[in-house]
Design a binder for this molecule. Structure first.
Ligand SMILES: *Cc1c(COP(=O)(O)O)cnc(C)c1O
Length: 382
């Protein structure tokens, strides 16, 4: 008799040390939370305009510059609202007249929609490819801003960042790196704005946006500001830039989020920087994809191995109708055993598991997860 998913009990020796495999919010290291608890009465609940908090913001900015190896002249800018708000901020403060978007999933499509809806901008160019792949990055005359996505979290597709060859002089490249930043390698020579939020590789909470900005991007921010376009103050990159330079944010940030973010950046740099993080995520990914390829009931969703993400793994399962099992049942059984957030991105509508393999997740836990999935599938089938 096939078992009811939530009644399946996975033997404790198979289980990962930590059961959190979500793609955001994602696993927060316990030692970072312990460090936060240790400053419960001296740091939490204190003014963000005073030295202790400014010091942490300064540490975040310096730590990210180190992690990414940013050249002189690059700046880390931050503010409240997360990556979704940053899309609106970019339509106000970065796109001059018209942007070109490369769309291959839910997140990349949303920025294109934000640009299309902005009444002060011309119609964007949208280059789309089927989910599970990504479009070729090409230049088109007449566009001043290119929007790329380093890792499409809804599908588990990653791209090598490259500036579109032959783009108009003065054009800039914006990269949504929300789930990639800190887990995938990139070169600052291929981007002008590399933006993200702290709830993925940076193992903190959501609600902040962070943008690494090249000198060309800073020039664009100043230029758009000088054009006297109407920009709400909370959406103004110029105001955010001026505040960031003083290690502050325009309005009150969440102090716990900033603290956990700083802990994670310090940990990443101490372990060996971005190269260490990227190789750890690659090791996890090779465990996950290698396991799926060795099962006749599982397949990596992204068919081209070069486009498979090292931070967000998507695995299709053979459906129950075709003699396999329901991925929702697998996720439900895992959840009943404390292994959470392996569900696929709903709108993709596939019989799929999605696994966050950010730097806070050790490859050994991904290995244990695959053993748990084997166990659950076996129980569901028999
Ligand atoms: C999670 C995610 C977002 C949305 O981030 P929020 O901070 O929730 O706005 C945007 N883009 C990508 C690629 C993401 O993974």
């Amino acid at each position: 008799m096939a078992k009811i998913p939530h009644e399946i009990v996975i033997p404790s020796e198979l289980r990962p040390a930590d059961g959190r495999f979500g793609c955001g919010p994602s696993r927060v290291r316990k030692s970072a939370v312990d460090a936060l608890a240790s400053v419960a009465t001296t740091w939490l609940g204190t003014s963000h305009r005073q030295a202790p908090v400014k010091k942490v913001v300064g540490s975040v900015r310096a730590g990210l510059s180190e992690l990414f190896g940013l050249p002189d002249g690059w700046e880390i800018v931050l503010g409240n609202g997360g990556s979704t708000v940053f899309w609106d901020i970019a339509t106000f403060g970065l796109i001059d007249e018209r942007s070109a978007h490369f769309v291959f999933g839910e997140f990349s499509s949303k920025f294109a929609e934000a640009s299309a809806a902005a009444p002060h901008l011309g119609a964007p160019l949208v280059v789309e490819s089927p989910t599970g792949s990504h479009p070729d990055i090409t230049a088109t005359a007449g566009y001043d801003t290119y929007a790329l996505t380093h890792n499409e979290t809804s599908t588990g597709v990653a791209m090598q960042l490259r500036r579109p060859a032959g783009a108009d002089a003065g054009s800039i490249v914006l990269v949504d790196a929300t789930s990639a930043a800190g887990g995938l390698a990139w070169s600052p020579s291929e981007a002008d704005v590399y933006y993200f939020a702290p709830q993925k590789c940076f193992a903190s909470d959501g609600g902040l946006w962070i943008a690494a900005c090249s000198p060309a991007a800073v020039e664009r921010i100043e230029g758009v500001h000088a054009s006297k376009r109407w920009i709400p103050a909370s959406m103004s990159l110029k105001i955010a830039l001026d505040n960031s330079r003083l290690d502050q944010t325009y309005n009150t940030p969440a102090l716990a989020t900033l603290f956990l973010l700083d802990q994670q950046i310090q940990w990443m740099n101490a372990q060996g920087g971005l190269a260490w993080c990227a190789s750890r995520c690659a090791a996890s990914a090779s465990v996950l994809y290698g396991w799926a390829e060795a099962r006749d009931w599982a397949t990596p969703f992204v068919s081209d191995p070069a486009k498979r993400s090292d931070v967000v793994g998507t695995i299709d399962l053979v459906s129950a109708e075709d003699g396999g099992v329901s991925a929702n049942d697998v996720s439900a059984a895992l959840r009943a055993n404390g292994i959470v957030d392996t569900d696929s991105y709903r709108k993709l509508g596939r019989n799929q598991l999605r696994v966050g393999m950010f730097p806070a997740v050790p490859p050994s836990d991904v290995e244990a997860l695959t053993a748990c999935i084997d166990f659950v599938v076996n129980q569901l089938r028999n």
